[in-house]
Structure formats: structure tokens, C-alpha cells
Design a protein around this ligand. Structure first.
Ligand SMILES: Cc1cc2nc3c(=O)[nH]c(=O)nc-3n(C[C@H](O)[C@H](O)[C@H](O)COP(=O)(O)O)c2cc1C
Length: 160
């Protein structure tokens, strides 16, 4: 099985979860990690929140949008203003080759407000690209350092 984890992280929490997922999937598959980098993201909380709320897209550093070669695709984002970060919005728009693939969506969040909306939004975009099989899990930002807890959440959610 070939897998890829594509994620965006501004302050490191989603990155930590992505690396725990990487370690977990390594036992089962050949797995790649791809961190999205935004070229034009705002530096301020309010700028970031506004862009995310308005569902802006970020300019990404050169990245592979072709996911046809993978059996399992994992996409992770922080929750920003009840939705994904703009970098993930761009990736969701542009990625392809996902028909009938197994997809894992994951988020990290602060209060949890908007977490389900964020996952639903990500799922909605990918459903239009022919994805039917979704697994989802989320981690509160302060739990991202708790490897055992994150692993448990992953195992419970994924049934892999
Ligand atoms: C601009 C901005 C907007 C946010 N909006 C939300 C939100 O709507 N709901 C929530 O639960 N957390 C929200 N958060 C908290 C982040 O989701 C949380 O800190 C996340 O773990 C950050 O991930 P990162 O460290 O990978 O960037 C927001 C954080 C930022 C910076």
C-alpha cells in the first residue's frame, strides 16, 4: 500500500499530529509526507482568520497535486475561522486522482468551535471529486504532544 500525508501547519500542532500519523502508517505502508507552504499567508491572527473565513486560497510553493499513485491519502489542516487554512483550500481545489481512494481527513483545533464544519467542508470538496470513503479524526492543540493519546485517536478513527 502507498500512502501520502499532505498537511498545512502554521504553529506546529498539525505537524506534530502528521508525524505521529506518519509513524503509525509506516508500519503498514510505504508513506510520504508533504507539508504545504503558503507564499502569501498573513502574519497576523486577524489577517489569517479573515482570509480563512472568506475561504481565500493561498499561493503554494511548488507541490504535487497528482494523487493517483496513492492508495491512501491523508489531508490535515488546522481549523481557522471554522474552516481549513487557505493553503489547504488551495490543495483541496487543485488535487486530483482521488476517485475511489481511501481518504483520512484530520484537523487540530483550539476551542473546537467549527471543527466539524471544517471537516465537513473538506469532505464536501473531495466528495465532488469522486471520493466516497472518508475517515476523520481531530486533536485539540494541547493534546498534539501527547503521542499515546493521538495514536489512540488515530487507531479508533481509522480501523486500519
Ligand atoms: C487564524 C486562526 C483561526 C483559528 N480559528 C479557530 C476556530 O475557528 N476554531 C478552533 O477550534 N480553533 C481555531 N484556531 C486554533 C487552531 O485551530 C489551533 O491552534 C491549531 O492547532 C493550529 O494548528 P497549527 O499549529 O498546525 O497551525 C484558530 C487559530 C488561528 C491562528
Amino acid at each position: 500500500m502507498k500512502s501520502i500525508i499532505v498537511y498545512y501547519s502554521h504553529s506546529g500542532h498539525t505537524r506534530k499530529v502528521a508525524h505521529i500519523l506518519l509513524e503509525y502508517l509506516r508500519e503498514k505502508s510505504d508513506v510520504e509526507l508533504l507539508e504545504l507552504r503558503a507564499q502569501d499567508e498573513s502574519d497576523s491572527f486577524f489577517g489569517q482568520a479573515k482570509r480563512a473565513f472568506l475561504k481565500k486560497r493561498a499561493k503554494l510553493e511548488r507541490v504535487n497535486f497528482d494523487l493517483a499513485g496513492y492508495d491512501l491519502v491523508c489531508l490535515g489542516s488546522p481549523v481557522w475561522a471554522f474552516g481549513p487554512a487557505p493553503a489547504m483550500n488551495t490543495y483541496l481545489d487543485k488535487c486530483f486522482g482521488l476517485e475511489n481512494k481511501e481518504i483520512i481527513l484530520f484537523t487540530t483545533f483550539g476551542s473546537g468551535t467549527g471543527n466539524q464544519s471544517c471537516l465537513n467542508y473538506m469532505q464536501g470538496v473531495l466528495s465532488k471529486k469522486g471520493v466516497k470513503n472518508f475517515n476523520r479524526f481531530s486533536t485539540q492543540q494541547f493534546q498534539a504532544d501527547n503521542k499515546d493519546k493521538v495514536l489512540l485517536t488515530i487507531k479508533q478513527a481509522l480501523r486500519l
